[in-house]
Design a protein around this ligand. Structure first.
Ligand code: HEM
Length: 198
């Protein structure tokens, strides 16, 4: 039995990769909240942080865990499809949730790639604060970031529900906890573009 069809091992490592991303998201949104403290605090933090060795380490860890998470999920789905035979050949409308789940995950992946390239290579970092203000004056960016945050909310809710269940929380509690965490994350991110237009 190889790694990709050993359910327990695969699930454990996918969850660890997901949790590393969740930790990054919490760090990312806490540092982004500096935006509300004004231009100098925000720019100074990012100028300092991008010079530290931890920044390069973090980028490598994020790329590696994202690639691992995606490859494992896709391989597992392909393995399920071929091994389960007709059991998985569901007819419309039962197939919709899986199409939606994969469509949402693909859209989130596209957003992460777009946003990372935009932030690491394309944006002017001399005055990062002003660059973010200009970026959110463009309605297309609202659309892209809006879709990114919706797909993030759905994916995070799905992942957290699974992880919290594994930690033994009752179904009522793990749903409430997952929704609470997702709301805090999404509302914190939205506060950045909102403060640009208000
Ligand atoms: C309103 C929403 C968001 C804003 C304003 C924002 C802003 C930023 C900024 C300013 C950077 C560059 C930091 C630097 O120069 O070091 C960055 C990088 C990055 N962001 Fe976001 N971000 C948002 C949402 C997200 C979301 C939802 C994700 C993931 C799902 C994400 C993932 C990343 C990644 C992977 C990087 C590259 C690594 C880094 O430089 O920290 N961001 N973002």
């Amino acid at each position: 039995m190889n790694f990709f069809n050993h359910t327990a091992t695969r699930k454990k490592w996918m969850a660890i990769a997901g949790l590393i991303w969740l930790l990054y998201l919490v760090f990312h949104l806490l540092s982004l909240l500096n935006f509300h403290s004004g231009k100098d605090t925000f720019n100074d933090f990012y100028h300092w942080f991008s010079q530290t060795p931890f920044y390069a380490f973090m980028l490598v860890l994020l790329i590696a865990t994202l690639i691992f998470h995606v490859i494992t999920a896709v391989s597992r789905q392909l393995y399920n499809n071929t091994s389960a035979g007709v059991r998985y050949q569901k007819k419309y409308p039962e197939a919709i949730p899986r199409v939606l789940a994969w469509g949402g995950a693909a859209a989130l992946f596209a957003f992460i790639v777009f946003h990372s390239v935009q932030m690491t290579l394309l944006i002017d970092k001399v005055d990062l604060y002003q660059s973010i203000v200009s970026m959110f004056s463009n309605p297309i960016m609202w659309l892209i970031y809006g879709l990114g945050l919706i797909t993030l909310a759905a994916h995070l809710h799905h992942g957290l529900t699974n992880v919290l269940q594994t930690f033994g929380l009752s179904s009522k509690h793990h749903h409430a906890a997952a929704i609470g965490i997702v709301l805090v994350v999404v509302v914190s991110f939205i506060s950045i573009p909102m403060s640009v237009i208000l």
